[in-house]
Design a protein around this ligand. Structure first.
Ligand code: DLL
Length: 450
């Protein structure tokens, strides 16, 4: 069963005839030939223009002509965020300044930001990725798209904007924040699709509820273009059940372009990677060896047709796997499982690995729980305390101590069965935990840093 908000004509849904989407369905052998051709060009270009890359290749005794097959990519050195930081601001820039048309930066949590330089062709490659995602989501020129990702150095706003405009949609460049105005414009302008982080959409849902706005009754909204942060299937179900929209997953990162590197189709088997631009690999993060399709590891991308600042074997830190099986939609572009975790987000609590997404899945399996939670780690004399604070529906946040205690026990059991740890569960009133306008921070780690 696919979501009813996809277009109803089969050829339109599965759109190999849609001009933007035709390439999604190209025969695999042609795709591999195209990738190899582009990879060779990019490696030669990077070798000639970026001293760090050339030096690392020389250290390994690798020259561009050694790349004869796609599998030979494993001969090449990796790039990491720390390289972009060390070479700040533009040490990895490959194109001349006259060709660069735009910078984007991402700040990360510590230290200097990273800067990425784009040529006009790079912007077009990026736009193409977003357009193909939106077309795959069932968004068409008739749609009005409210872009509520932040505009500016962050790639979300401008990325979604160019993609939607490229498809011929009407774009409302709302940017993030000012929730009241967002809801007002959404209604008054008949917005049919919104692009924002899933956590910001939750905030819009809260505000709408406070104002008595029912998305089904009072708006024309049918699609959510959600990404920039991990979110779970359970979260998707909450959003879809609460609003009637189809909640689509869009993935990307600044270093590789921005949103639109991958997105999910109506079968929701994972996210199709636009491999004609962004060549994916999965590696074992410890041995750095490539892993076959189907195995989980760290996602690595090579931009095979970007020129401003190509990334070769860029380690994303995102953990996922590439599906070995073809997707029933017919697209030949490989599918990656939704990114539910970054290796950087992994918490080690009492010697056990813990990902916030596991907590989210456990919490949201309890119907009285709202999708607003926080994970707090506090050192104590004996052991670190793992506390999970979660909002519950107004109806269940009663004065009746026995029923609250019963709910608390059920939440505890649901989370424990997934994470294998015994957290302290604190139920809080609706609207008490922090909300976000962009990427939400759900973990408060008060333990000393080593
Ligand atoms: O977040 C680009 C983007 C904007 C993607 C809007 C989608 C929508 P960065 O700020 O560089 O770029 O952060 C990239 O965010 O490595 C993932 O860890 C995470 N991320 C992005 N999209 C998803 C997603 C943008 N759909 C980092 N699911 C990535 C899970 C995501 N994580």
């Amino acid at each position: 069963m696919t979501h009813p908000n996809y277009p109803s004509l089969p050829h339109d849904v599965n759109c190999p005839h849609h001009p933007v989407s035709a390439i999604d369905f190209m025969p695999v052998d042609r795709l591999r030939a195209l990738q190899l051709h582009r990879l060779k060009n990019t490696v030669a270009y990077e070798y000639e223009r970026v001293p760090l890359f050339r030096r690392r290749c020389e250290e390994r005794g690798v020259r561009p002509e050694h790349v004869k097959t796609l599998a030979d990519i494993k001969l090449l050195p990796f790039m990491m965020k720390s390289d972009l930081r060390d070479e700040y601001p533009l040490g990895l820039r490959a194109a001349d300044n006259s060709e660069i048309v735009r910078y984007h930066c991402s700040s990360g949590t510590t230290g200097k930001p990273i800067c990425v330089a784009n040529t006009m062709d790079d912007i077009m490659v990026w736009q193409n990725g977003v357009m193909r995602c939106l077309a795959m989501f069932g968004i068409r020129a008739e749609d009005t798209v409210q872009v509520s990702y932040g505009y500016g150095l962050f790639t979300g706003g401008l990325g979604a904007h160019y993609g939607a405009e490229g498809l011929g949609c009407t774009v409302l460049p709302a940017s993030a924040g000012n929730t009241d105005r967002q809801l007002m414009l959404m209604r008054d302008l008949g917005v049919t699709a919104i692009a924002c982080t899933p956590s910001y959409f939750l905030r819009l849902m809260d505000e709408a509820a406070k104002k008595g706005i029912d998305f089904r009754r009072d708006t024309k909204l049918r699609h959510g273009i959600f990404g920039a942060e991990p979110w779970t299937q359970a979260m998707r179900e909450k959003i879809e059940a609460g609003t009637g929209i189809a909640a689509h997953d869009i993935y990307g990162l600044t270093e590789i372009s921005g949103p639109g590197v991958a997105g999910d189709c109506r079968f929701r088997t994972g996210l199709h990677v636009w491999e004609d631009h962004f060549y994916p690999e999965i590696i074992d993060p410890d041995t750095l060896e490539p892993l076959p399709d189907g195995e989980t590891g760290e996602l690595v991308f090579t931009t095979i047709d970007r020129r401003g600042m190509p990334m070769i074997r860029y380690r994303t830190r995102d953990l996922t796997r590439l599906r070995a099986e073809p997707c029933p939609c017919g697209r030949t572009m490989r599918v990656m499982e939704r990114v539910s975790a970054r290796s950087d987000d992994m918490l080690i609590v009492h010697g056990v690995n813990l990902f916030p997404s596991q907590v989210e899945t456990g919490l949201l399996s309890v119907p009285e729980v709202l999708p607003h939670y926080q994970i707090v780690l506090t050192p104590t004399d004996t052991m670190d305390l793992l506390e999970i604070r979660v909002e519950v529906t107004p109806e269940s946040f009663s004065d009746n101590v026995a029923s609250l205690e019963n709910l608390r026990r059920r939440v505890f059991a649901a989370v424990k069965s997934i994470i294998g740890l015994s957290p302290k569960i604190t139920l809080v009133e609706p609207n008490t935990l922090p909300r976000s306008e962009g990427k939400i921070k759900r973990v408060v780690d008060n333990r000393p840093k080593h």
